[in-house]
Design a protein around this ligand. Structure first.
Ligand SMILES: C[S@@+](CC[C@H](N)C(=O)[O-])C[C@H]1O[C@@H](n2cnc3c(N)ncnc32)[C@H](O)[C@@H]1O
Length: 197
């Protein structure tokens, strides 16, 4: 259960996205209350891994820049950035980005179509609404492989909500936080419920 604005809510049976600081939200969440965390924090964030491990039963999957790896993972994945997702404003455009995977439990869906394991040709942004938006195909791949239908997928740094849109499409329950209210308007059809503080 999560306590928000004095109300108690059962996050297991809900589709919720919160316009709030993820760490404040997490501090109020019960132990092992989400099944998997898939998230894409700002590159310079610092993550409280003890808190993420406390609330999560399953895998913790985090995008990062190679020079700021938030934790030592059980495995690394990489994705090849397509031109539609490159950002040249501060650095020469990155061609790959790292994905840190800390494994908890056995969920690893190996019976998927091969296209679920490789995204070189599909990882495009069709419509960009957030400066750091991830391609839907990439997030669908991670959700398919590392969670099961019905699982609660939590993205504490949801931005425009790509992770959660993918998760919802694939029959998972969803939960997310985003500190910038402006992103609310970007997270169009997937937002069933948005709590403003
Ligand atoms: C790299 S972006 C995520 C983009 C997302 N993957 C997408 O596809 O749109 C990281 C997001 O985390 C948000 N953020 C940063 N610190 C936060 C915090 N403490 N709590 C919640 N959200 C935060 C930022 O506002 C930003 O939108």
């Amino acid at each position: 259960m999560v306590r928000q604005n004095g109300d108690e809510m059962n996050i297991w049976k809900s589709t919720y996205m919160y316009n709030t600081d993820a760490w404040k939200f997490i501090s109020e969440a019960e132990d092992r209350s989400v099944d998997v965390i898939i998230t894409d924090p700002p590159y310079d964030a610092s993550l409280d891994m003890n808190e993420l491990r406390r609330i999560c039963k399953g895998h913790i999957i985090v995008f990062c820049a190679p020079e700021n790896q938030f934790f030592k993972p059980d495995e690394f994945a990489f994705w090849i950035k397509t031109p539609s997702t490159k950002n040249f404003s501060k650095h020469i455009g990155r061609f790959v980005e790292m994905i840190l995977i800390e494994r908890h439990g056995d969920t690893f869906n190996t019976d998927l179509h091969w296209s679920n394991y490789t995204g070189v040709y599909n990882d495009h942004l069709l419509r960009q609404v957030h400066p750091f938006q991830k391609p839907a195909a990439l997030m669908e791949r991670l959700v398919s492989i590392y969670s099961d239908p019905g699982d609660l997928v939590f993205d504490p740094f949801m931005g425009s909500g790509t992770t959660l849109i993918a998760a919802q499409k694939l029959g998972r329950q969803i939960l997310g936080c985003e500190i910038k209210g402006k992103s609310v308007s970007l997270t169009y059809p997937a937002v069933i419920h948005w709590e403003m503080e």
